[in-house]
Design a protein around this ligand. Structure first.
Ligand code: NAD
Ligand code: MG
Length: 387
């Protein structure tokens, strides 16, 4: 049983993770109350959510949304506009746990603000760890803040590590579904449409991460995320393709014992674990039926076919803000692909070219990451305009 009712801030409440979290929270009023909801531009949905959950604060990123919500929401719910207001509330608000579920590097500053405000964080926003993992983990340590994984693979590893000592870990094994194009020959990649790329075989997620899963950039990001969350060299983190997404990841220990966490592919499970931690929450679930699964398959990832994966290893090794550059170039490329301005294959070249053109910084600080992020966005956008 949880001892206190947790007061939550849900960043990105209108997204895939945010909505799934709220559907859990709705059924557990004895465990959770909502202090803050935030979104980018979907003010109609956040209006509905605010009326249902009565948070103290709603933060929206567009002026149009701000004006609309000011008019429509009762006076008991304070409406604020933009990133600075969000960061102030995260620093000073009466919050026990922040669910960081904003998409992209836009999640970095709120994540940092929450840490400075000594708030524990359930982190779905993997991009903030890709951009500035060293900074985030350093600040979290300094301010005694827990960073709890929400990503299913990292939640699996986190669960496998309960009761274990760090120096007894031999290897982490991240599983990857392989995405919709696992079996598609590379010469057919040039014809891939946005609609095809958005059809993930196992998971229903926001558009950006679904494209990242199709290119395997997502798995590259998860490698970087695991590196920072669990403090192990990239040489001790392996990736294997497991198309059924039943084993969410594994940990091998120094005595050859391997622990894994399994479950149906449903983000409700890792979200529940992060929200409830250190307790498990009773919740109605779809049971895993191993007999129905019949066969579980495993293979090595093809880094030639999916070069983003190798780029992630390279950038991690390079340091000096390279993973920040990788993320920014990818965000611009994915956005352009979703808008049908570039082809699926263009995404691969653009990131490599952006990395070649970028500058890098020794021992980057927060302002360096912000600078690298915005400079890379310019570089990649310019490359796109010349295609
Ligand atoms: P989504 O696109 O469905 O939702 C993103 C949310 O972030 C929305 O509420 C949106 O309003 C908000 N947002 C976007 N840009 C913003 C900005 N500039 N400022 C403030 N808010 C902004 O995305 P999602 O699929 O829910 O993913 C969210 C995060 O969780 C991502 O980092 C993703 O990698 C991670 N994640 C998602 C899943 C999943 O199943 N969806 C699984 C693992 C990890
Ligand atoms: Mg994942």
């Amino acid at each position: 049983m949880l001892k206190i009712k947790k007061k939550l801030a849900i960043l990105g409440s209108t997204g895939s993770i945010g909505k799934q979290a709220l559907s859990i929270i709705k059924t557990k009023p004895d465990l959770f109350s909502v202090f803050l909801l935030s979104c980018n531009s979907n003010y109609m949905l956040i209006l509905e959510q605010a009326n249902q959950f009565s948070p103290k604060h709603v933060v929206v990123n567009t002026m149009e949304g701000y004006r609309f919500l000011k008019k429509e929401l009762p006076g008991s719910i304070r409406v604020s506009f933009g990133l600075d207001s969000l960061c102030d509330l995260l620093k000073d608000g009466d919050i026990n746990l922040v669910l960081s579920a904003i998409m992209g590097s836009a999640g970095l500053m709120p994540t940092v603000a929450a840490i400075l405000g000594k708030k524990n964080i359930a982190i779905a926003n993997k991009e903030s760890l890709v951009v500035a993992g060293e900074l985030i983990m350093g600040l979290a340590k300094k301010h005694n803040v827990s960073i709890l994984p929400v990503d299913s693979e990292h939640s699996a590893i986190f669960q496998c590590l309960v009761g274990e000592k760090h120096d007894k870990i031999n290897r982490l094994i991240l599983t990857a579904s392989g995405g919709p194009f696992l079996k598609k020959p590379k010469h057919k990649f040039k014809d891939i449409t946005v609609k095809e790329a958005l059809k993930h075989p196992n998971w229903s997620m926001g558009n950006k991460i679904t494209i990242d899963s199709a290119t395997l950039m997502n798995k590259g990001f998860e490698l970087i995320e695991a590196f920072w969350l669990f403090g192990l060299s990239e040489k001790k983190i392996d990736i294997i393709i497991h198309p059924e997404s039943i084993i969410h990841s594994l940990v091998e220990f120094v005595d050859g014992s391997v622990k894994a966490q399994l479950g149906v592919p449903d983000m409700t499970i890792p979200i529940l674990y992060a929200l409830g931690f250190p307790s498990r929450i009773n919740y109605p679930f779809k049971p895993l039926n191993l007999v129905d699964c019949n066969r579980l398959n495993f293979s090595k990832p093809d880094k030639k076919k999916f070069p983003h994966l190798q780029l992630a290893y390279n950038c991690l090794e390079k340091g000096r803000g390279a993973t920040c550059v990788l993320n920014a170039a990818n965000e611009v490329a994915v956005d352009a692909f979703l808008k049908q301005n570039i082809s699926f294959l263009n995404m691969f070249n653009l990131i490599e070219m952006s990395l070649e053109k970028s500058i890098f910084v020794n021992n980057p600080k927060l302002e360096d990451y912000l600078y690298l992020d915005s400079e890379t966005r310019k570089i990649t956008s310019e490359l796109i305009s010349k295609l």
